[in-house]
Design a protein around this ligand. Structure first.
Ligand code: NAD
Length: 252
């Protein structure tokens, strides 16, 4: 068994939250397994972490809509490293279509990636964590889970709300096994990819008019909270949902 705690992050090779969490957990001392549907970018991030920290990081190609691939990935991590301490279910997908016009394909894809993908991560990580008697899982949801807004689309909102229910029941079932399960609901978190989707006014309007702290969220904001939630300092925290939205959508 490797001495360092092992963390697996899904959708870790993009320009946003997953990569920031991977970098932060690596800096925290975790042996991070970088997984993503995109093979080349996953390998690049693992190489960059290896270079930065002077120890080996590996990557795995993992599409969270592929149940067999998820099971194999979790089993492989445990057989190679002897442990799986942390799982971050970060993969998400959305397409905004009004309910009255939504294709079944859009609905199904959202449910598959955001909700079923999170379920599958839990499904195949939990048996290993239960056996070890410890573990921590963080599911990345969204403020879309609560909103009465047209901004994110009902498929995404429904899937992200489902993630919260999944989180709470998984926490209830597994506290006795030493496994904690929590969720984060980010508001707008900047990444360069979002520039292609939203006009410039959206970002300036958000920072100046909606955010209570005068800025848009950054991936590191989510990485900081994840770092805390998976740490021993959060030993009394489970079944919780933490919002980070610059005060745009506080709840509780
Ligand atoms: N960015 C935001 O404003 C925001 C706000 C609230 C919630 N979220 C949620 O945070 C999470 C991360 O979002 P992000 O915008 O930071 O993107 P990100 O950069 O973390 O994720 C993009 C990556 O996801 C990978 N990916 C896409 N589909 C995949 C799949 N089926 N399996 C595995 N990998 C896949 C892509 O290859 C890409 O590398 C998502 O769940 C998203 O819904 C984001």
């Amino acid at each position: 068994m490797t001495e360092r705690k092992v963390a697996l992050v899904t959708a870790a090779a993009g320009a946003g939250i997953g990569a920031a969490i991977s970098k932060r957990l690596a800096a925290d001392g975790f042996d991070v397994v970088v997984t993503d549907a995109h093979e080349r970018r996953s390998a690049q991030l693992a190489e960059a972490l290896t270079e930065q920290h002077g120890r080996d990081f590996t990557s795995l190609v993992l599409d969270v809509t592929d149940p067999a691939a998820i099971e194999i990935a979790m089993d492989r991590v445990v057989s190679e490293r002897g442990r799986l301490d942390v799982l971050v279910n970060n993969a998400g997908w959305s397409k905004i279509e009004p309910v009255a016009e939504m294709s079944l394909e859009t609905w199904q894809r959202c449910i598959d990636v955001d909700l079923t993908g999170t379920f599958l991560g839990l499904r195949y990580a939990l048996p290993h964590m239960i056996k070890a008697g410890s573990g921590s899982i963080v599911n990345i949801s969204s403020i879309a889970a609560y909103e009465t807004s047209t901004e994110h689309g009902a498929a995404y909102s429904a899937a992200k709300a489902g993630v919260l229910a999944l989180t709470r029941v998984a926490a209830a079932e597994n506290g006795k096994h030493g496994v904690r399960v929590n969720a984060i609901t980010p508001g707008l978190i900047y990444n360069d990819f979002l520039r292609r989707i939203y006009p410039d006014e959206f970002f300036s309007g958000y920072a100046e008019k909606r955010s209570l702290v005068g800025r848009i969220g950054q991936p590191d904001d989510i990485a900081n909270l994840t770092s805390f939630l998976v740490s021993d300092q959060a030993g009394y925290v489970t079944g919780e949902v933490y919002g980070i939205s610059g005060g745009v959508y506080p709840h509780g």
